[in-house]
Design a protein around this ligand. Structure first.
Ligand SMILES: C[S@@+](CC[C@H](N)C(=O)[O-])C[C@H]1O[C@@H](n2cnc3c(N)ncnc32)[C@H](O)[C@@H]1O
Length: 177
């Protein structure tokens, strides 16, 4: 059996970790990263630490500034990467080229270096249609990255309300093996 080691990116207040630990307390988050750009007070990170405890492996820095080689080995990478740029509701949304959209490449870089066996990502269902002016381009780029790195990919659009998460909001879930 493989070790249940997890790297939690864009950790926020630790939603992935809560779910995993509820499913099986053996899941062990060996590294987590959360940073709110431009904010002096890091509420989400403070909440994470207050809930899960302080650790030198919970990092409150811009993921783009981190040397990916320092991340410990892990078998599962999880993350709900920022979705603002994937919204097709805003016609000007830049998708994967936007200020936050480009954070996809941080995930890709970590996958290339750390090679976790499993990846579980979450985003809005509009990611599938982003950007508005070139529908589907961004998800195509993401799928191509996974393919280049040797992952096979499955994805589902789920209704978060079915999981008692957030009424009326649909989420895109991407499971990569
Ligand atoms: C969609 S939320 C993830 C929510 C999380 N799954 C949870 O359970 O709270 C994306 C998170 O990425 C963080 N973030 C945005 N830019 C970041 C960056 N450059 N480096 C690290 N974290 C960043 C945001 O502050 C936000 O908490």
């Amino acid at each position: 059996m493989i070790e249940k080691t997890v790297c939690e990116l864009f950790a926020g207040v630790g939603g992935f970790r809560l779910g995993l630990e509820k499913e099986n307390p053996e899941w062990n988050t060996v590294w987590a990263n959360q940073w709110e750009p431009g904010k002096k007070k890091q509420y989400a990170f403070d909440c994470y630490v207050s809930h899960f405890g302080k650790s030198e492996n919970y990092i409150n820095e811009d993921i783009a500034s981190i040397d990916k080689n320092i991340i410990p080995a892990h078998n599962l990478l999880v993350g709900g990467f920022p979705c603002q740029d994937y919204s097709v509701a805003r016609t000007g949304a830049e998708g994967i080229n936007g200020k936050k959209g480009v954070l996809w490449w941080q995930i890709r870089d970590i996958l290339e270096i750390k090679k976790p066996k499993f990846v579980l990502l979450e985003n809005v269902d509009r990611l599938l249609k982003s950007p508005a002016k070139q529908r589907g381009r961004d998800f195509g780029v993401i799928l191509a990255c996974f393919n280049d790195l040797g992952y096979s990919v499955e994805w589902r659009v789920i209704n978060a309300a079915d999981y008692r998460i957030c009424p009326k909001e649909k989420k895109n879930i991407c499971i990569c093996l």
